[in-house]
Design a protein around this ligand. Structure first.
Ligand SMILES: [Zn+2]
Length: 67
């Protein structure tokens, strides 16, 4: 097995979502940042206070801070 390289994940500046490709799958934005901090997994946005605070309406993986 080859050693696994740490991949720098990017975050959408528009909606804070962690993006795997070159564009955000939710809002279609390619305004991505690799300078971010904090990792949040939202499973049930309707019952999550932190999701409400960040304006998250869909489940997924998000960054808390994006520069
Ligand atoms: Zn987005």
């Amino acid at each position: 097995m080859p050693p696994r390289k740490k991949k720098q994940q990017k975050v959408c500046r528009n909606c804070n979502r962690v993006v795997d490709g070159e564009a955000c799958v939710v809002c279609g934005s390619n305004n991505l940042s690799d300078d971010w901090a904090g990792y949040l997994v939202v499973i049930d946005p309707k019952n999550s206070e932190i999701a409400k605070k960040l304006g998250i309406e869909l489940p997924g993986r998000f960054a808390l801070k994006v520069r």
